[in-house]
Unconditional design. Structure first.
Length: 325
């Protein structure tokens, strides 16, 4: 678990260690391949951003129980759902790498990968039942899962196509921003915050999630080897993300000969597309748009009561915008 963005907060880091411990407890299964696959995914646990945001927003309720066993379970459920979607995404994309290591489907085969994702979904549902009985947030989680799927389906339906910016935003709002929004909203609600704060949390999370996905899409056109994402992976699988879409509007004649090859694009073709996208400012323009969503999140954070938690949220939101540079 990489705690880079929240390393300055010892209490929160201790709570995230509890999340990590609970996840490892819950993914124990009587199948050697499945167990090895799940342990690999958990050991490469990323930055735990979603549970971290959940627990941070839980503090806004002003109670000492922000890191209670119930909230640790809710925070864990968010990371488990995230892990499940990542594993299934890698199967669909035939991705060889995840978080700087061979993906589950590459290392263990697609059968084990699919079952690993399925098992994580069952653990996710178990945690919801244990923490949200008779709560309207059971329905909220179901709606969030539908939004995530809708965003993924929207992206899949537009592979190798020039989608509109509205369609792009709709898809990333579903497949990525929904889970950030859910994390912030659930944290605030179950931490005991008032209705206005819960509403603010929902929209702060949404704007942070949109920023996060735009920055992730930019990574497909950079050469920063410190980041655990294979360069040009999205482009090779027909996902035309924001930097490319912004350039295509005015420079489609230069790009079309390469993009028309679709699955037949060579490594050299994708590298040329990468060069053209950078040459015509696609990455720079995408970063500027990410900055607008970051600023919206910061404006909403400013509406929260002044506190160390508000200060931490502002700091992390700003740091996230710089993660691609």
């Amino acid at each position: 678990m990489d705690k880079h963005y929240f390393r300055s907060d010892p209490q929160l880091n201790n709570a995230l260690e509890e999340v990590n411990h609970l996840i490892n407890q819950r993914i124990t299964v009587n199948n050697n391949d499945l167990q090895a696959a799940l342990k690999q995914m958990a050991s490469k646990g990323g930055k735990y951003l979603r549970p971290a945001f959940c627990l941070t927003f839980a503090r806004l309720g002003g109670k000492n129980s922000w890191n209670s066993s119930k909230l640790i379970k809710i925070a864990s459920s968010l990371e488990i759902l995230h892990m499940a979607t990542l594993i299934h995404d890698d199967v669909i994309d035939d991705s060889p790498e995840r978080r700087g290591a061979p993906s589950i489907q590459k290392a263990f085969g697609k059968d084990t990968a699919v079952y690993s994702g399925d098992l994580l979904f069952t653990v996710f549902f178990d945690l919801l039942v244990e923490t949200m009985e008779s709560s309207p947030y059971l329905a909220t989680n179901a709606q969030a899962m539908r939004k995530i799927l809708t965003g993924e389906l929207g992206q899949m339906n537009q592979r190798y196509q020039q989608q509109s910016l509205l369609e792009y935003y709709r898809n990333i709002n579903g497949k990525t921003a929904t889970l950030f929004s859910l994390a912030a909203q659930e944290g605030a609600h179950f931490g005991g915050a008032d209705a206005r704060t819960v509403h603010l949390a929902k929209h702060i999370g949404q704007n942070i999630g949109i920023t996060f996905q735009i920055l992730d899409d930019m990574l497909d056109y950079t050469t920063n080897k410190k980041l655990n994402k294979p360069i040009l992976e999205d482009l090779a699988t027909g996902v035309y993300s924001l930097p490319l879409l912004l350039v295509l509007k005015e420079h489609h004649k230069e790009l079309d000969p390469y993009l028309a090859k679709k699955q037949e694009m060579t490594v050299e073709d994708t590298q040329e597309v990468q060069r053209l996208v950078n040459q015509y400012g696609g990455v720079k323009q995408a970063h500027e748009l990410a900055g607008k969503f970051t600023n919206k999140a910061l404006q909403l954070i400013d509406e929260l009561p002044t506190s160390p938690t508000q200060k931490l949220l502002k700091k992390v939101t700003i740091q996230l915008l710089d993660r691609s540079m």
